[in-house]
Design a protein around this ligand. Structure first.
Ligand SMILES: [Fe+2]
Length: 511
C-alpha cells in the first residue's frame, strides 16, 4: 500500500494541520500545492497534457476526443499563451501508423485550454487509438471504440459514480481500465465541491466550498491527479451524466447566487469532460444513443432543470425533458432500454412513513408516477435503470405505484456502489438493511459495506449486472472481485440473483 490520502488528511485535521495538507488550500503556493497533492498520492501526466486524454459519446460514425492543457494543474492560471495550437491524430492501430483522421485545433484560455474534437466519418464497431500533441510534446495514447449498427451478440459496459477524492483511492477505476468493455457510463458526483475529513471541513479559500471558475477548475485538476481515473478515461469511451456535487450539495433552481456559481461549475465540468457541444453555460446532457440493435441508452439530466423538492407540482426532469423522455418511450425500438439515472428512482420509504431522501425521485412523487405510468401504458418492456448517488448497492423492482403491492413490475433498478465516497457504517447498514427491506416491498437487495463499480453484460436474451468491489479504498492497488451478479431475462420484468453468488455478504436480501 502506498500513501493513504484519506488517513493522512484525517491525521492532519486532527492536529489542525489540514491547511498545509489539503492541496487546494489558499495558504499554499502552487509549488506547495503540488507537493501536498503528491504527498496524497497524486501524479499527473507530463506537461502540458497533465490531465490525460479521454473520448466520449461514441456513435456509429464518430467520437468526441478530449484533453486539456494544464502544465501546472493546481495553479490559478496556466503558464500558457492565450491560444495554443493542438494537433490530434486518430488511427486503427496503437502505433498510429494507419491514420484515419488528423487535424489541428486551438486550445483557448477562455475555456481553460480544454480541447474537444468531434471526429466524424468513422466506421462502426471499430477500435481506434488517438494522441494529441502541442508545444513539441505528446499526450499519452488513448483508445476508443465506435458504436456498432445492426444485430450484435452482446454489449459490455461499466458504470462508476461518487468519487470523493479525499475519501479514498480510485482502485475501482483501475479495475474499469482493465475490463474488456465497449464503453463506460458515469452516473454523477464525479467531483465534490466540499469535503470533510474527521469532522473538519476542507477549505479551499475562505470557506469549505468552491465557488469560482478557478476553484472548480482546480478541483477537477486535482481529481484527475488520480492515475486510475486517467487510465479509465484513456481505455474506453465514456457517456456522462452528473449529479449535485459537480455544483453544490442537493442544489436545484436558478436563484441569483446559485446562478453564478452554477455557471462556473458547469463550465469547469464541460472543460474537463469528453462531452460534445460548444455552449458550456448549459451543457445538454440528456440524450438517446443506440448500441447496435441491442441496447438503447437514455441518458437523463436530473439536476439542471429540476424544481425544488417536495412540491405538489414539482419536477425533477423539467417540462421539456419529461416530454422528450415520454416520446422516447413511445418510439422505443425493440431492444433493452437502459436509463442512465443519477439518483434513485425507486421509492425508499421509512418505516412509519416518510422517505429517506427527497432529493431523489422520492421528492417528486407526482412526476415519477406520471412517467412510470406512461412507461406501463405504452407497454415498454425490458427497462433497466442504472443509478448512482447512494454510495451503496440496491436492487429494486420498478412499479408505477410503489405504494400498491399489486402494481405491476415494469423494470429493474440497479443502484451501484460508489467508487470512493463514504457510505454508511457497517452498523448502520446491518440495522437498517432489514428495516428498508420491510418498508419497501419492491426492494430486493442491499449491500452498503463495500466500494466499487458495476459491469453490465447484455445479450439479446439476458441482462447481467456484475457488482465489482474493491477490497479497500485506502489501497490504490486493491484487488477487484465480483460480489454478486443479478440477471434480468428478456421479456420478463424483474431480476434474480445468480445462484453462484446468492450466499455473498449483504445486509438485506428478499427471501
Ligand atoms: Fe455522491
Amino acid at each position: 500500500m502506498s500513501v493513504n490520502r484519506r488517513d493522512l488528511l484525517r491525521a492532519a485535521a486532527a492536529t489542525g494541520a489540514l491547511g498545509a495538507a489539503w492541496p487546494l488550500s489558499a495558504q499554499l503556493t502552487t509549488a506547495q500545492a503540488h507537493a501536498a497533492a503528491r504527498n496524497l498520492g497524486a501524479t499527473w501526466d507530463p506537461a502540458p497534457f497533465t490531465l490525460g486524454v479521454a473520448s466520449g459519446d461514441p456513435g456509429p460514425d464518430g467520437i468526441l476526443l478530449w484533453t486539456r492543457l494544464a502544465p501546472e494543474p493546481l495553479a490559478n492560471d496556466q503558464p500558457l499563451p492565450t491560444t495554443v495550437d493542438v494537433d490530434w491524430v486518430l488511427a486503427t492501430d496503437p502505433e498510429l501508423s494507419n491514420k484515419i483522421a488528423q487535424g489541428q485545433t486551438e486550445a483557448d484560455a477562455s475555456t481553460g485550454h480544454s480541447v474537444h474534437v468531434p471526429v466524424a466519418g468513422l466506421e462502426p464497431n471499430t477500435r481506434y487509438y488517438y494522441r494529441f500533441s502541442a508545444q513539441g510534446k505528446e499526450s499519452r495514447l488513448g483508445r476508443t471504440k465506435t458504436a456498432p449498427t445492426g444485430a450484435i451478440p452482446s454489449v459490455r459496459f461499466a458504470s462508476a459514480n461518487c468519487q470523493a477524492w479525499h475519501d479514498g483511492f480510485y482502485a475501482a477505476h483501475r479495475g474499469i481500465a482493465a475490463e474488456d468493455l465497449d464503453f463506460v457510463v458515469h452516473l454523477g458526483d464525479y467531483m465534490y465541491e466540499h469535503g470533510q475529513v474527521g469532522g473538519t471541513p476542507i477549505r479551499d479559500h475562505e470557506g469549505p466550498e468552491v465557488h469560482t471558475l478557478t476553484d472548480y477548475r482546480r478541483r477537477h485538476a486535482l481529481y484527475k491527479g488520480d492515475p486510475s481515473l486517467r487510465a479509465a478515461h484513456a481505455a474506453h469511451p465514456w457517456f456522462l451524466t452528473w449529479d449535485d456535487h459537480e455544483v453544490v450539495n442537493d442544489y436545484s433552481g436558478t436563484s441569483k447566487p446559485l446562478r453564478k456559481r452554477r455557471a462556473a461549475a458547469y463550465q469547469a465540468w464541460w472543460e474537463h469532460m469528453p462531452v460534445r457541444g460548444d455552449t458550456p453555460a448549459t451543457p445538454q446532457i440528456h440524450q438517446r444513443r443506440m448500441w447496435g440493435d441491442l441496447l438503447e441508452l437514455t441518458v437523463l439530466d436530473l439536476r439542471q432543470y429540476r424544481s425544488a423538492q417536495n412540491l405538489p407540482d414539482g419536477t425533477i426532469l423539467g417540462a421539456q425533458q419529461k416530454s422528450w423522455l415520454k416520446s422516447t418511450v413511445d418510439t422505443a425500438p425493440d431492444a433493452w432500454r437502459c436509463w442512465v439515472n443519477s439518483i434513485m428512482l425507486s421509492q425508499l420509504a421509512k418505516q412509519g412513513g416518510g422517505y429517506y431522501f427527497t432529493d431523489q425521485w422520492d421528492g417528486f412523487l407526482a412526476e415519477r408516477k406520471e412517467v412510470l405510468t406512461h412507461v406501463h401504458d405504452a407497454g415498454l418492456r425490458d427497462l433497466v435503470v442504472i443509478t448512482g448517488d447512494w454510495h451503496s448497492a440496491f436492487v429494486d423492482d420498478i412499479r408505477p405505484d410503489f405504494d400498491n403491492a399489486h402494481s405491476p413490475v415494469i423494470g429493474t433498478e440497479f443502484t451501484a456502489h460508489s467508487v470512493a465516497s463514504g457510505a454508511y457504517s457497517p452498523d448502520w447498514n446491518q440495522t437498517n438493511g432489514p428495516i428498508m427491506g420491510k418498508a419497501n416491498p419492491h426492494l430486493k437487495y442491499f449491500e452498503g459495506n463495500r466500494y466499487g463499480y458495476d459491469v453490465y453484460e447484455v445479450t439479446p436474451q439476458r441482462w447481467s449486472t456484475h457488482m465489482r468491489v474493491i477490497g479497500d479504498r485506502r489501497d490504490p492497488n486493491s484487488p477487484v472481485s465480483t460480489l454478486t451478479t443479478f440477471h434480468v431475462d428478456r421479456g420478463v420484468a424483474g431480476s434474480y440473483e445468480d445462484p453462484a453468488t446468492i450466499g455473498s455478504p449483504a445486509q438485506y436480501r428478499r427471501a
